[in-house]
Design a protein around this ligand. Sequence first.
Ligand code: IFM
Length: 405
Amino acid sequence: MTQRDAHFPAAFLWGTATAAYQIEGGGTNTDWWRFEHREGSIAAEPCGDACDSWHRYGEDLDIVATLGLNSYRFSVEWARIEPRHGEIDRHALEHYRAVLAACHERAIAPVVTLHHFTLPLWVADAGGFESPDIAEWMGAYARVVGEALGDQIAMACTINEPNIVAAMGYLASVFPPEVTDWSRYVAVNGALRRCHRAMVDALREGPGDFPIGMTLSMAEYEAVDDGEEALATYRTEMEDRYLAEVTEDDFLGVQCYTKHLFGPGGMIWGGDGELTEMGYLFWPRSVAYTLRRAREFTSIPLVVTENGIGTNDDDQRIRYLTEALAHLDEARRDGIDVRGYFQWSLLDNFEWVLGYGPKFGLVAVDRTTFARTPKPSAAWYADAVAARSGEVAPSSSTPSDEVGA
Ligand code: IFM
């Protein structure tokens, strides 16, 4: 891999995160759209117009600014940028340049994810992550994004939760291409790591000096009833092989929501105790746990690129975030180099196979009018961030002047 002198924003990044397919609407040229619309689909409902953020991104960014957040994580859609192999849609790139400009106008540092779960149909039809060409295609796509947008990006995430793409698509069979096969799952994990490397290389050769990393889905894990071996096998593939690969990256995005229990037969869904709408254990402590575990594998800076709760009960969200931020504070006090925290998610949005059921947003979205209504948790988060403002991220020796908070 090539290297470059990456610069982090000077201030600790306080933000919220979204993803293109979950909020933009109209993602017709993707494997997900086809998956939702096929006869007998297991998807709860189609994504449709989502939150219409393709048109309403200015409104979304106004809310981010009103909350006093200094950053926003969003993704760009490969299927829009390269709708057919080798055919680049300049209009789509101009759109994302406009989104980036809208961030900068509001003093919001844009954190851009290049791939968040969806594949263009031409890629899916050619074998998706099982195609021998996938790393080359993703590298070429990253080069296009870097050249067109790199001068405006504050941080870039190559692939969002590659381990979830593989686990849900090739093991649990609830994401396209709906496969359950351990050896294919392992092979796809390997392919995703190669894609990440190709994307890092391509981005590093382009304009800008933004830090580049991947985001990994991590969790606290606990073995019950002699489940240690099952846990170790699963976690090695889910986390350890990825953590071993990122040591030359500029940062690692840690994404955490809960704790998973493992018995000898594998993962035990839920557990005794308070559960969230996703059926997850209410486990905000996973923030400190996963940061510490990531630190055992690598000394590169960490960013909590997603953390939050799916719940209809906004008081429960506030309770979760209160505890999660306390655990983040504790990890930082302990000297772990964490550069930012992104709550998932700004908006109630399309939660993949579960449709619009689970509510992760600080802001409710009317499904007919798309009117945005901030919940009490939005004001709570704004206050929590304000109370922590003025903190400078540890060891940010080469600050850019992007964000002043
Ligand atoms: O909505 C998802 C997101 O797309 C990826 N990380 C987990 C979130 C909540 O399930």
